[in-house]
Design a protein around this ligand. Sequence first.
Ligand SMILES: [Zn+2]
Length: 317
Amino acid sequence: MSTKKFASHADVEEKRVTFEKLSEHAYAYTAEGDPNTGIVVGDDAVMVIDTQATPVMAQDVIRRIREVTDKPIRYVTMSHYHAVRVLGASAYRPEHVIASRDTYDLIVERGEADMRSEIERFPRLFRAVESIPGLTWPTLVFEKRLTLWLGKLQVEIMQLGRGHTKGDTVVWLPKDKVLFSGDLVEFDATPYTGDAYLTDWPATLDAIAALAPQKLVPGRGAALKDPGAVKAGLDGTRAFVTSMFDSVKSGVAAGKDLRAIYRDTYAALKPRFGHWVIFDHCLPFDVSRAYDEATAHIDPRVWTAQRDKEMWETLEG
Ligand SMILES: [Zn+2]
């Protein structure tokens, strides 16, 4: 018998959506800690960054875009491959779906397993799950950096380093100084690190900070609308990632097993981070990956619906 409900099964309350203009070209669709969507309105076309989990859920994003522009939605950019962010893509009928080569490779390798796993983890976040036509495949794959002009608007699509996944992609508007970070940065929301490269993540946050964004749309949580808020988002994410990984590494060094390390890390992090959304959902996955990275596995192992449940029983049972 598990003491805690699996993953996000206890999370049933709908969130309130905020759709706000951040600059001449940038908008944020945020929902109190649910996965965010970014919108870039160029001279001749619109880009959506992360799509929502299902085509039916994406319709609410489209409705709000249509309140501010009638330009065609030509591009969808995937910040990374996770199902909860990308399986709504078909609703936008984009000409191109853009992803990094590393994200493409992850979809090939583990996209199917990830889709089944995530649908089981977050029932509320896959509203109208039957509207998903299958995996979202990129039509345009880049390595390291892609520059796109939406008319005169320069859009930089970049891999700054590994962190939340090996394929992490940010979208940067150099003129507006707005950055869309995907799950590399969270705000008042717990970073999910089940597929992460924890050793690399802080340097990737440094690379984001070096761009000096004035505004930043995190993967989850409110849009960060001034440099102080951006710094708070970067610092909070870094504090969580490093203190979680340090706790796990010291448990490994002391010869403790995974369950004991999980208990210790939960107790160490709960006072500072326990109020962040999805803390109880993420921490078992986060500690499992940290333990792997600190021991035998350079690359994250594939999560399947079955591995999810077995891990949960081991740590929470
Ligand atoms: Zn993610």
